[in-house]
Design a protein around this ligand. Structure first.
Ligand code: DI6
Ligand code: FE
Length: 402
């Protein structure tokens, strides 16, 4: 069989759903034509290959390229000063009154050009790519006007052109109420539904629509309106739900067949059951849990029992999770939430692909999928989750190319 590239002498964590655990294949090979995998599995079952380029992996481990399914990677400025104020005892409200919080990031983001947003996000993206990331979701939500949300989403798409990475964009217009609409959240939601979302959908700038369902964000009724507008424009939805309180956002998301409900620290049993019925992925964000020193954990055991798929993401954002390490996110999911090694690795590969609606093209090593690989200098997969602040990546392959 003629193939373009062949990786051999490798141990594969295929993440194939029809194999147990991580779908491990000892002495495995991966063969590609173009950007697709044409064979992956045990060497001894493989056809004889005639390869254009052959790579000897010398016993290293190959996993699918990592997938971060929840980030706010594009923004301007940072909130390091706010972090210092919080260390000195300032409350979130005091910081907001002093012009900090989401509003300060909004002001900086509005003042930045599309090119400046790309330039400031690139070092963060590069940090993630250095750890084997091949797909990233990026939300808007710091522009909060039609022009500025469009600018953010164009910057997110631009990052996908500046680097070899797949970018999934999400319109998060309902993230916060901007100053122009102070005291008029309903009026802002009208704007999101009637103007911003249709313009963004028409420009093809969003792959999904998200909202922040919270006392300090948007009510379930307001989120429902946003979801109805998304549905009218054929866009799938996801939701920041049950992070700080239980407004039953996860059940609302499930009602709309959401791809995912994210955070979930305050999720109840009815929400778990609704997610299970709808096949909505639970996206856990241990970086935000850690950074805000949250104490209540998501109901992991209930999610497992109900068979809800579990993904893990960085939530990279300037306010509550300035985290650009997918590996550390996996470590935190294990130490803070007690996920197993298998759940952490599946959560940043196969289940993250599911949460983006991209399971048919990425997330596992399977014939026909894109050849997005991470090749690791490790002796066993647990090392990916166990270490803190150490990067064992040997090589990252995107669409069959180094
Ligand atoms: N939940 C969060 O934790 C972030 N956004 C959201 O909906 C906070 C974003 C920020 O503080 O800038
Ligand atoms: Fe978030």
């Amino acid at each position: 069989m003629r193939v373009e590239q062949l990786w051999s002498n490798a141990r594969l964590a295929t993440l194939r759903a029809d194999l147990p655990g991580l779908g491990v294949v000892e002495d495995g090979v991966v063969a590609t034509v173009g950007e697709r995998i044409v064979y992956t599995g045990p060497r001894k079952e493989a056809p004889a290959f005639e390869a254009g380029i052959a790579h000897n992996c010398e016993g290293r481990w190959i996993t699918p390229g990592l997938i971060d399914c929840h980030t706010h990677l594009v923004y301007a400025g940072n909130r390091a000063r706010e972090f210092e104020l919080r260390l000195e005892g300032a409350s979130y409200e005091e910081i907001a009154r002093a012009g900090g919080g989401i509003v300060s990031t909004m002001a900086a983001t509005r003042a930045a050009s599309e090119g400046e947003l790309i330039a400031s996000a690139l070092p963060r993206l590069d940090a993630m790519l250095a750890e084997g990331l091949t797909t990233i979701e990026i939300k808007s939500g710091y522009g909060l006007s039609e022009a500025d949300e469009i600018k953010m989403l164009r910057a997110a798409r631009g990052l996908g052109e500046a680097r070899t990475v797949s970018v999934a964009t999400t319109f998060l217009g309902a993230h916060a109420v901007p100053g122009e609409f102070a005291g008029d959240a309903e009026g802002y939601v009208d704007q999101v539904c009637a103007r911003m979302l249709p313009a963004i959908a028409a420009a093809g700038l969003a792959d999904a629509v998200d909202a922040f369902c919270e006392g300090i964000g948007f009510s379930p009724d307001q989120v429902r309106r946003v979801f109805e507008a998304a549905r009218a424009h054929g866009l799938p939805v996801k939701l920041h739900a049950e992070q700080l309180s239980n407004l039953h956002g996860a059940a609302l998301a499930a009602e709309f067949g959401a791809l995912s409900a994210d955070h979930l620290e305050h999720l109840d049993q009815a929400g778990v059951a609704a997610m299970a019925r709808a096949g909505t992925v639970a996206v856990l964000l241990p970086g935000a849990f850690y950074f805000t020193r949250e104490e209540r954990k998501p109901p992991i055991e209930a999610l497992r029992r109900a068979g809800v798929p579990i993904a893990v993401a960085t939530d990279c954002n300037p306010g509550t999770s300035p985290l650009t390490s997918p590996l550390l996110a996996m470590n935190m999911a294990a130490t803070l939430f007690r996920l197993t090694v298998e759940e952490c690795i599946a959560g940043m590969t196969r289940e993250a692909a599911r949460a983006l609606g991209r399971l048919d093209s990425v997330g596992s090593l399977e014939r026909g999928k894109r050849c997005d690989l991470a090749i690791w200098d490790i002796a066993e997969p647990a090392e990916l989750v166990y270490r803190m602040g150490y990067n064992p990546l040997h090589a990252r392959i995107f669409g069959g190319q180094a």
